[in-house]
Design a protein around this ligand. Structure first.
Ligand SMILES: Nc1ncnc2c1ncn2[C@@H]1O[C@H](COP(=O)(O)OP(=O)(O)OP(=O)(O)O)[C@@H](O)[C@H]1O
Ligand SMILES: Nc1nc2c(c(=O)[nH]1)N[C@H]1C(S)=C(S)[C@@H](COP(=O)(O)O)O[C@H]1N2
Length: 177
């Protein structure tokens, strides 16, 4: 069986320049390690807030690395250089707006500025791409909300079966594969 690969893309001018450590990308890896019982490998990249560079990173992880899931962090807000949702939409075949909608609703429990995130999700080939905000604490807040739907989404794309630790996160699969 081929290994499950998951892409993590940190989009931040300062983290990519080494001004600060990328805490958010590592938080994604730690959270997925908590959730998943299945063995998986991360494909990890830090990029600046440049639309073409973000697009190339997503395309490489989807088309070449064959990541079933790609999670981005950062660049989703109204700051002028924030273009991660635009890069995501540009490379996706189809969008799944419910991810962004649910993450914003859940995030409102933590911060009134949750509505500032334009985060979205979409499909490219056999990859699901999900945007998260940049703040380290937003990673778990958002992933806890939407991850229960992720394994079934990947099932429906004929991707690998993601087995989760149900004491940590309960995936919902309406139909057995
Ligand atoms: N990847 C990250 N790792 C650690 N902290 C982060 C990360 N991204 C954002 N933050 C924190 O969240 C704050 C708000 O993030 P902001 O939206 O300004 O993104 P940023 O990536 O820092 O911006 P820029 O791309 O201009 O460097 C930052 O000041 C920083 O403290
Ligand atoms: N769960 C959660 N969502 C959140 C936040 C947060 O702290 N927690 N921060 C908000 C803020 S302050 C901003 S500006 C937007 C966009 O963040 P980004 O530009 O770093 O992606 O995400 C929002 N969503």
């Amino acid at each position: 069986m081929s290994t499950i690969k998951i892409g993590i893309i940190t989009v931040s001018d300062r983290a990519s320049a080494g001004v600060y450590e990328d805490v958010s990308g590592k938080a994604i890896i730690n959270t997925l390690n908590d959730y998943l019982i299945s063995d998986w490998d991360d494909v990890y990249k830090i990029v600046p807030d440049e639309q073409d560079i973000i697009e190339k990173a997503i395309i490489n992880m989807a088309d070449n690395e064959k990541c079933c899931l790609i999670v981005t962090t950062g660049g989703t807000g109204p700051a002028k250089r924030g273009v991660t949702p635009e890069a995501t939409e540009a490379v996706c075949d189809r969008m799944i707006p419910g991810f962004g909608e649910l993450m914003r609703v859940e995030s409102l429990k933590y911060v009134p500025t949750a509505i500032l995130s334009r985060q979205t999700a979409g499909l490219r080939g056999s990859s699901l791409i999900i945007n998260l905000p940049g703040k380290p604490k937003s990673i778990r807040e958002c992933l806890d909300a939407v991850f229960p739907a992720v394994p079934y989404c990947i099932d429906l794309m004929d991707g690998p079966f993601l087995k989760c630790d149900e004491n940590v996160i309960k995936p919902f699969r309406p139909k057995k594969k």
